[in-house]
Design a binder for this molecule. Structure first.
Ligand code: NAD
Length: 254
């Protein structure tokens, strides 16, 4: 169901990244992939990963730069003509913003950086990419339930994720008439580079295991399965949604 589709993957850092599992699944099911990476630090890994996972190109793209976003989309269009899907799996908050009570740590600069990289990057990417998306294409992003519920230490990242989820609905509502679907996956906690920055993350994993209806933590493969569904034609009537892959954690109260 993704055979022959050209999919741009943004947000791969290392083998533990959620984007790594999503990319492998898409590749195994016949998609062609293009990868961007944040900076030179990730270049070697991305090039190797791309070789092993059906990559057509790799390109540096700091999503806080409009110029980099333009260049990335130009490269994809030069290679493919049309883009059939985008996986946006990007988030960042300065460490001091995701540790402690919000009233003690929030700053104007921290707020701006977090919202710029974790939310505007998605909007900026779609603004540039949408004229080049094929009919019946699909765009996904990754979010977290801290957008809906106050979660210890998640702070301004929760505010940025709420903005990201709203963005999904706005873009879905206007891009739908062009046959472009836009959805997000709200994943439970998984140990990755980004997650390591959140204070008390290991405790969070224990609480999820104990409290979620399915009594386990999730894996990147669990997320990849749903990402495959959303990128594939199987989800041809699904848009503007936040789909929870969290063993049901979000439905449970006290
Ligand atoms: P990760 O660290 O592997 O991925 C985050 C990616 O964001 C990295 O590739 C990093 O290079 C990229 N990035 C950060 N700033 C950037 C910038 N300025 N320009 C370009 N790229 C930039 O961690 P992950 O957990 O795989 O995170 C992927 C997504 O999943 C994020 O949106 C994260 O918030 C979300 N998410 C993660 C969890 C979790 O527990 N790991 C849970 C729910 C949602």
């Amino acid at each position: 169901m993704v055979e022959g589709k050209n999919i741009l993957v943004v947000g791969l850092a290392n083998k533990y990244s959620i984007a790594a599992a999503i990319s492998s699944s898409l590749h195994e099911n016949g998609a062609t992939l293009g990868f961007s990476y944040q900076n030179e630090r990730f270049e070697k890994f991305i090039n190797e990963f791309s070789k092993d996972n059906g990559g057509d190109f790799t390109q540096v793209c700091d999503l806080s730069s409009d110029k980099d976003i333009k260049n990335l989309i130009s490269t994809a269009v030069e290679k493919w003509g049309k883009i059939d899907g985008i996986v946006h799996s990007v988030g960042f908050a300065p460490a001091d913003q995701i540790s402690g009570n919000i009233e003690d740590c929030i700053t104007r600069e921290g707020f701006q950086i977090t919202h710029d990289v974790s939310s505007y990057s998605f909007a900026g990417l779609l603004k540039e990419a949408h004229p080049h998306m094929s009919e019946n294409s699909s765009i996904i992003t990754l979010t977290y339930v801290g957008s809906q519920e106050a979660t210890p230490n998640y702070n301004v990242m929760g505010m940025a994720k709420a903005s990201l989820e709203a963005s999904v609905r706005y873009f879905a509502s206007t891009l739908g008439s062009k046959g472009i679907r836009v959805n997000s996956i709200s994943a439970g906690p998984i140990k990755t580079l980004a997650a390591a920055g959140i204070s008390g993350f290991s405790k969070m994993l224990d609480i999820y295991k104990e409290k979620s209806p399915l009594k386990k933590n999730i894996t990147t493969d669990d997320v990849a399965n749903v990402a495959y569904f959303l990128i594939s034609d199987l989800s041809s009537s699904v848009t503007g949604q936040t789909i929870y892959v969290d063993n049901g954690f979000n439905i449970v109260g006290y």
